[in-house]
Design a protein around this ligand. Structure first.
Ligand code: COA
Length: 177
């Protein structure tokens, strides 16, 4: 594995935003119509809270950003700073599932294990804080990765967006024990 990882910081924000935009535009059209890809921007993107919490990772190869993703001890299941329905409530590790959040791989680095590695980092960090379960809100493009990492579907949702177009998101979960 040639990739190195570190926690993201505020200085990474422009590069993270650019990576997310490219990843959504280039990788989601395999799975969604053009109008649903456009609508996906309302339910995806940078969540600065994850960076502030120190729970957001970047993976790099020779200093080049290959992917990003994180986990959270807060209730928000998916989305960016601008997404409706955010909930910063702290979760109880004894009774609730930590979140896996905002996973994006650069199109130049797909299918090289970047996503899988970030999920491993997230699960290890959540476990270290006492969580025994993780949950996430998967796009249709993310679902194959999560399935192969042991996540199973809990609920399928059609999430409304301001444009009126809905975006399919699947709540998925995994026991870490
Ligand atoms: C989902 C995403 C993060 C996967 O990143 P990745 O770094 O390419 O994933 P990995 O290389 O770790 O893939 C691990 C396994 O997941 C599965 N997988 C990943 N992408 C897949 C795809 N497009 N189609 C089918 N299976 C896929 C495969 O089993 C893969 O193993 P393999 O390559 O040996 O067959 C990336 O496609 C992405 O950024 N998508 C757009 C943004 C997005 O929707 N993110 C998810 C938000 S919930």
């Amino acid at each position: 594995m040639p990739f190195t990882h570190r926690l993201a910081n505020e200085a990474d924000l422009p590069a993270l935003k650019a990576l997310m935009e490219t990843s959504i535009r280039q990788l989601l059209p395999q799975f969604l119509s053009a109008e649903k890809v456009e609508a996906s921007f309302a339910v995806m993107g940078v969540d600065s809270q994850l960076i502030a919490d120190g729970t957001y990772f970047v993976l790099e190869e020779d200093g080049v950003l290959a992917g990003c993703g994180g986990w959270s001890r807060r209730a928000t299941l998916f989305g960016g700073n601008h997404t409706a329905g955010r909930d910063a409530r702290l979760l109880d590790p004894a009774t609730e599932a930590a979140r896996v959040r905002a996973m994006y791989t650069s199109p130049a680095f797909t299918r090289r294990g970047v996503g899988r590695r970030i999920i491993e980092l997230c699960e290890a960090a959540a476990r270290a804080e006492g969580f025994t379960r993780t949950e996430l809100g998967a796009t249709v493009g993310g679902e194959p990765l999560y399935r192969v990492c042991g996540y199973t579907p809990i609920e399928r949702m059609e999430v409304p967006t301001p444009s009126g177009v809905t975006v399919p998101i699947t709540r998925m979960g995994k026991d870490l024990t």
